[in-house]
Design a protein around this ligand. Structure first.
Ligand code: REL
Ligand code: ZN
Length: 414
């Protein structure tokens, strides 16, 4: 009897979770107007840096040999290592199988050749729509870097951005490599100095305002390792207090911090060479406490930081925890983190973002997020029902909408 009731509940939750479109609040996808920056198709999927790093553990090629190959050849090397010489058991490798299945590939075995035939390597409008529809996503947030020359050139032309794509301003270069940023800004005619003297703050503000105006971002962001300090009278602290936080306040933009990425631990692996570190939550706590009129979206890369992040969110309503980022985006850890957040915050967090780098990633990343969210919610609703609290479809719909879209939009618009 009880098993039957639980099964019926699972089906209701699943139906609602599947029917609720997602707002994907952090991706590395680009609107089609930014041309070659939007990646899709089988070869790009194989050259995803998650798979590249996994493939090196199998093929063991010298780095320069691998990087010297064309994208097509690299894709073939990765395919051979992870799908022919190995069973695609990892999170990233099995994701490819899920994408193929969503595109109607015959069950059984397929080859890279078959995958190339089923997926498109040009992101036509129809193809983008198809992927969004298969993924159940209706809007994605891009990661827009004003210091990326290719990207900057498109924005300078006054591109028309497809409304399914929204911008976010990613300021890692400014905040983490200020000397480089300064050189670049000086070359663009801004009167800035590496020692922050003279008109630097006013000029940085003028620069940031121009990017807010141009891209209409939904938030401003940067990532850090374990070196974030706040309060801080160093360069980063002054940039925060005198430029980023005031501009965010003026435009009611959240500041998104992605904490715990230790960059270039193995530079030979390029994008795949970054690692993880635990970080202190104290700076986040101070940021939230000292800047009550700012809003902070926070994600942390280390599993060990997840509990403290959730506790900190209980203390500060201007903190919104989001996503299970990169190395914690695995079936086991997403489940653990989602339960933890639900148990300590109720449905007032953003459970997931895709971090998609290739368009088709949206499909498997969101299928998985939906699987976990449905499983955890079913469990929690089941316990409520057994304790005598009725759970209606309308309740489930409201909760799932919050988790998949409203918590993000309400926070951005607050
Ligand atoms: O936004 C970020 O900093 C990271 O998500 C990326 O650096 C990383 O390479 C990404 O692909 C991870 O999912
Ligand atoms: Zn990312």
């Amino acid at each position: 009897q009880e098993a039957l009731a639980q099964e019926a509940l699972a089906q209701r939750v699943r139906r609602i979770v599947d029917a609720t479109p997602v707002v994907d609040m952090h991706t590395h996808l680009y609107a089609p107007a930014l041309k070659e920056l939007l990646l899709c198709g089988a070869d790009e999927l194989m050259c995803f840096h998650y798979l590249i790093s996994e493939s090196f553990r199998v093929h063991r090629l010298p780095y320069d040999v691998f990087w010297g190959m064309s994208k097509r050849e690299q894709a073939e090397v990765v395919w051979r290592a992870l799908f022919e010489q190995s069973t695609p058991l990892s999170e990233a490798a099995s994701g490819v199988i899920e994408i193929a299945q969503a595109f109607g590939m015959q069950p059984g075995r397929f080859t890279l050749h078959d995958l190339r035939a089923v997926l498109s390597d040009t992101p036509t409008a129809a193809y983008i729509d198809k992927v969004f529809q298969l993924a159940g996503v209706d809007l994605v947030v891009m990661t827009n870097d004003p210091f990326d020359r290719a990207e900057r050139a498109y924005w300078a032309q006054g591109v028309e951005i497809d409304p399914k794509f929204r911008a976010s301003l990613r300021l890692d270069t400014l905040v983490n490599q200020f000397a480089d940023a300064c050189q670049d800004l000086q070359a663009q005619g801004f009167d800035v100095a590496p020692d922050l003297s003279g008109r630097t703050f006013a000029e940085l503000e003028r620069w940031l305002e121009s990017w807010v105006e141009r891209t209409q971002p939904v938030y401003v962001a940067f990532s850090a390792a374990d070196d974030l300090v706040y309060p801080d009278d160093g360069v980063r602290g002054q940039l925060l207090d005198k430029v980023l936080l005031p501009v965010c306040r003026r435009h009611k933009l959240p500041l998104s911090l992605m904490i715990g990425a230790r960059r270039r631990v193995n530079p030979d692996l390029r994008l795949a060479g970054d690692s993880v570190t635990q970080a202190s939550l104290r700076p986040v706590e101070r940021l939230c406490a000292d800047n009550p009129d700012n809003k902070f979206l926070i994600t942390m890369l280390a599993r060990e930081n997840q509990h403290e992040l959730v506790v900190t969110a209980r203390k500060f309503h201007n903190l919104m925890p989001f996503g299970c980022w990169w190395f914690v985006n695995t079936d086991t850890l997403v489940e653990e983190i989602t339960r933890l957040r639900l148990e300590l915050l109720g449905p007032t967090f953003i459970p997931q973002h895709s971090d998609a780098r290739v368009l088709e990633h949206l499909i498997y990343k969101w299928q998985r997020a939906r699987d976990v969210v449905a499983r955890v919610l079913t469990d929690k609703y089941g316990a409520l029902v057994r304790r005598g609290w009725a759970v209606e479809d309308a309740d489930i719909e409201r909760d799932v909408r919050r988790l998949f879209r409203d918590n993000f939009w309400d926070f951005v618009q607050a």
